[in-house]
Write a protein that binds this ligand. Structure first.
Ligand code: ZN
Length: 699
């Protein structure tokens, strides 16, 4: 072949001067393993390069990307090397399988072809040889790419359509979570392995009881219970293994609607992460493609499932980023670090201020205000809450309540037998596996040393595991029974009796009180509406809701109650302010500031509430001052005072200084009588007056 004389000749001496690059790739390790044919085809391209004129030693094979996905060039070293070589003009030809197809729908390849066009590099795949500089070839590559893209799209649409239709009918066979299995008729059933079933039943009953995934995980760990898990990858993919229950698995189980007997499709969506790797995002329930309730048997009901989702959401809120509480501090705020806002779910902070020489606490939710400059979400005076919490704790820790708790505990003890059965099954399984290993060992020809040795080792291993399981079983059994002996019960009861004293003891520090609270309480959610709702979550999952009156703000708290103001108003008709103060104190009334009443305070209240003064009331009722009466009777004020002292006039005091106002006198007005002793004259009580002693306030 002479390149100079053939216009259709694509390979020129120029190309042959440079290297040939063969790019070999398989997406997954499985493809590498099973799709040997394809790999061989890829290597066979090498011969084509040699046929085109490249010496064998100048054909560079780039197969560093075997087992790497083609979705992105990020992790593919081989491909990157190829691009580098081409762009540096060192490649005369690039060889690869189905390059023409990849040219369109794979952006990396598309860019590579453009670089090939710039550097005059040829392309070769099984279909033929292309020169990207040549218009016809470029057109051909483009067409082939577009067609294959369309083809791919149609195939995908058809496949997806089929899948979606099947899913809509609930007939799509999908990988099942570990507690479920397909039977021979392709129907979903509970996993026929009884141990698996019981593990799941235990899991869900304990979640219902504890309301916390971590709680269930702890329970399984404490009781050394194994939980089944399905291997997701590797050579033993799909196999069931037993191990300890982990938190992520517990969450996955709780979120999986299939355990509630529902068929679900489209619960996750594929998304591309920032670094180019694909990922899965859980979709909200209303965006699931298909949801068929009661499609197959499950471990829980759909209502239970919904309940669990709600619990999970609130837990997530209660344990989010800003929800981690610190250690108890010095201040008296009992609930420091335990308060959660009932409006937005954030952890509330606290603020102290002084009132009457005592530190008072306010709980506030100010995350939005500090982070985004918005209004404070909730601001609640905390003193009454702290008081109520103290009482609640003492009430909870009363011996009677504890007796009840012990009774419940005893009930739970019987349930331990359930756990015990599961544990026994663990041993049975180990025993079975040991027996199996033994019979395998027995069946092998003892002369076949290699196999026999391996089987013997296996048998020993299984026996060891069985002994371990047995020992663990015994230990746990003893532990279960050691939980409640009488001595420890008495100890706990004694402690409970001691608690109120300890709690109220002024020598007990605020910090210690807070530590006690933390031993019992998980968190407290506060919501302020017409009433103050205090939702308490105890350790272990019990809850209590308290409704408290909304605490009054400082000025409101100092306000004298409406009843007392009315009482003062009433008393003003008959007594002076000094007497009223004495009367109120005698009746045990309390002023807004919790002090005793004084004349000054009563006067202040009168002024504040606009109550008519005693003096004004008497004047309004027509009573006269001493001077007025003196003028009327043509005597001196001293005479009036003297007559009053001797009971000749009716007077009503209006001040503490014995100042008074006089009732007007009618026809029986006393007059000056020389020579008659004042004491011998008739008193007012004896003379008929047309007035009553009572002066009623006319409002
Ligand atoms: Zn809030």
């Amino acid at each position: 072949m002479n390149a100079a004389f053939d216009p259709h000749q694509k390979v020129t001496a120029e190309h042959l001067k440079r290297n040939a690059y063969l790019y070999v790739r398989q997406s997954t390790p499985q493809q590498v393993f099973y799709n040997v044919e394809s790999t061989q085809r890829q290597y066979a391209l090498k011969q084509r390069a040699v046929a085109e004129g490249w010496p064998l030693e100048r054909v560079v094979v780039l197969d560093g990307d075997l087992g790497q996905s083609a979705t992105s060039a990020v992790d593919r070293e081989g491909f990157q090397k190829l691009v580098t070589e081409v762009s540096l003009g060192r490649a005369g030809i690039v060889l690869g399988l189905e390059v023409s197809r990849l040219a369109r729908n794979c952006s990396d390849w598309h860019r590579l072809l453009e670089i090939c066009a710039l550097t005059g590099t040829l392309i070769l795949d099984e279909d033929g040889l292309y020169n990207p500089v040549d218009f016809n070839d470029r057109l051909l590559l483009g067409l082939k790419g577009t067609m294959s893209e369309a083809e791919l799209h149609l195939i995908r649409a058809r496949l997806q359509g089929g899948i979606r239709n099947k899913a809509r009918r609930g007939e799509l066979r999908m990988p099942l979570p570990v507690g479920l299995a397909y039977d021979a008729q392709n129907k979903v059933i509970l996993n026929p392995d009884r141990q698996v079933q019981q593990a799941f039943c235990l899991f869900f009953t304990h979640y219902d009881r504890l309301g916390s995934a971590l709680g269930v995980v702890r329970y399984f760990a404490e009781h050394h219970l194994h939980f089944p898990r399905r291997l997701r990858g590797g050579p033993n993919r799909g196999q069931l293994v037993w191990g300890s229950l982990i938190h992520t698995q517990a969450l996955q189980i709780l979120r999986n609607p299939r355990y509630a007997g529902a068929f679900v499709f489209g619960r996750t969506k594929v998304c591309r992460r920032a670094h180019g790797q694909p990922g899965h995002v859980l979709q909200p329930q209303d965006q699931w493609h298909t949801l068929l309730l009661n499609a197959h048997p499950g471990y829980i009901t759909w209502e239970q499932y919904q309940d669990h989702q709600r619990t999970l959401r609130t837990c997530a809120r209660a344990h989010g980023q800003d929800r981690r509480h610190g250690p108890p501090g010095q201040g008296p705020a009992l609930l420091q670090g335990l308060v959660v806002c009932g409006v937005c779910g954030r952890r509330m902070t606290l603020r102290y201020h002084e009132r009457h020489g005592k530190l008072m606490v306010d709980y506030l939710c100010q995350h939005e205000s500090t982070e985004h400059g918005q209004a404070v979400c909730q601001h609640i005076p905390g003193t009454s809450i702290d008081r109520a919490m103290g009482e609640l704790l003492l009430e909870t820790m009363q011996p009677v309540t504890l007796e009840l708790a012990f009774a419940v505990q005893a009930e739970l003890q019987t349930r331990l037998e359930e756990v015990d059965r599961l544990r026994r099954q663990q041993i049975e399984r180990a025993q079975y596996e040991a027996d199996l290993a033994r019979s395998r060992f027995m069946q092998v020809d003892p002369k076949n040393r290699l196999v026999a040795d391996a089987l013997e080792a296996d048998w020993n291993d299984k026996l060891r595991r069985m002994t371990e399981a047995q020992e663990q079983y015994e230990q746990q059994r003893q532990k279960d029974h050691a939980v409640l002996d009488d001595a420890s019960r008495q100890q706990v009861l004694a402690l409970a009796q001691d608690l109120p004293r300890l709690w109220r003891d002024s020598a007990t520090s605020d910090q210690d009180r807070k530590r006690m609270v933390r031993l019992l309480i998980e968190d407290v959610t506060l919501t302020k509406a017409e009433q103050l709702k205090v939702q308490v979550r105890f350790k272990g999952g019990a809850t209590r809701t308290l409704d408290l009156p909304v605490p009054l703000s400082a000025w409101r708290e100092r306000k004298t109650s409406r009843e007392i103001v009315a009482l003062i108003d009433d008393l003003l008709n008959t007594c002076c302010e000094q007497e009223i103060a004495a009367e109120l104190n005698r009746r045990g009334c309390q002023s807004g500031t919790h002090g005793a009443f004084t004349r000054k305070r009563v006067l202040h209240i009168c002024r504040h509430y606009g109550l008519q003064r005693r003096y004004d009331r008497l004047r309004a009722a027509g009573l006269l001052t001493g001077a007025e009466l003196a003028a009327q009777l043509h005597v001196s004020t001293q005479t009036i005072a003297q007559w009053r002292r001797n009971g000749l006039l009716v007077a009503h005091p209006f001040s503490a200084k014995n100042e008074c106002l006089y009732e007007p006198v009618g026809a029986n007005a006393p007059c000056k009588q020389q020579g008659c002793k004042l004491a011998d004259r008739p008193h007012v009580s004896q003379v008929a007056t047309d007035r009553t002693n009572e002066v009623h306030h006319e409002a």
